[in-house]
Ligand binder design. Structure first.
Ligand code: HEC
Length: 175
C-alpha cells in the first residue's frame, strides 16, 4: 500500500502536478474584474438580450437606418443579430458561470467572493443550466417558450443576489 502511494506520488511529481488539490481547469485562469464589473460587463448586457424576447420577437427586428451593423453596440442589431444574438447571449451566460467560480475574485467592497460556498456553486450551476436551456430554446425560434426561459434566467440571477448582493450596508455584501 505504502509502495503504491509512493509510486503515485512520484508519478504526480514527474507530471509536475502539486499534490495539493488543485483544479486543473481553473489553475491558469486570471481575474481582472471585481464582481460588480464582471456583472456590468458580461452578465448584465447578455441577459438584457435574452430578456428582450419577452417584448420583441427577434425575427421582427429591422436594420437601424443609418447604422452600420458591423459597428452596432447592440448585439440584436449587429451583424450577428436577431435570434443569433439571443443564442450567443444565452451561451455567454452559460460561459460566464465559469468566471463566477474561478478563485481570487473580490466583490467591490473588497470581500472575497464566496466561490467555495456550496450555495454559491449551486446558484452558478443554476445560471449555467438556465443559459444552456435558453440557448436550446433560442434555436427553436419560439418567442413564447423563450419568454418563459427568460424568466428562468432571471430567477437564476435573483437567487444569488438575494443571498449575497442585497445586503445592507454594502460592506456586508458577499459575506
Ligand atoms: C452566483 C451569484 C450570482 C449570480 C448567479 C448572478 N449574480 Fe449578479 N451579482 C452577484 C453579486 C455578489 C453582486 C454584487 C457584487 C459586488 O458588490 O461587487 C452582483 C451584482 C450584480 C449587478 C450590480 C452591478 C452594480 O454595479 O450594481 C448586476 C447588474 C448583476 N449582478 C447582474 C446579474 C445578472 C443579470 C445575472 C443573471 C444573468 C446575475 N447577476 C447573476 C452575484 C451573482
Amino acid at each position: 500500500m505504502r509502495h503504491t502511494i509512493l509510486r503515485l506520488t512520484l508519478l504526480l511529481a514527474i507530471c509536475g502536478l502539486p499534490l495539493a488539490a488543485q483544479n486543473p481547469s481553473t489553475k491558469d485562469a486570471q481575474v481582472h474584474a471585481d464582481m460588480n464589473q464582471l456583472m456590468r460587463g458580461a452578465l448584465y448586457p447578455a441577459s438584457n438580450v435574452v430578456f428582450s424576447v419577452q417584448n420583441d420577437n427577434p425575427s421582427d427586428l429591422k436594420p437601424v437606418p443609418g447604422l452600420d451593423p458591423s459597428l452596432s453596440t447592440d448585439p440584436l442589431t449587429s451583424t450577428f443579430g436577431g435570434w443569433v444574438a439571443v443564442e450567443n447571449a444565452a451561451l455567454t451566460l452559460a460561459e460566464s458561470a465559469n468566471l463566477l467560480i474561478i478563485p481570487g475574485r473580490a466583490c467591490a467592497n473588497g470581500v472575497a467572493a464566496p466561490t467555495m460556498d456550496p450555495a454559491w456553486v449551486a446558484f452558478v450551476q443554476q445560471l449555467r443550466d438556465a443559459g444552456m436551456l435558453a440557448y436550446r430554446v433560442a434555436r427553436t425560434r419560439d418567442q413564447e417558450k423563450m419568454s418563459d426561459v427568460a424568466e428562468t434566467v432571471s430567477q437564476a440571477c435573483a437567487g444569488c443576489h438575494r443571498k449575497w448582493r442585497d445586503r445592507r450596508p454594502a460592506a456586508n455584501r458577499c459575506k
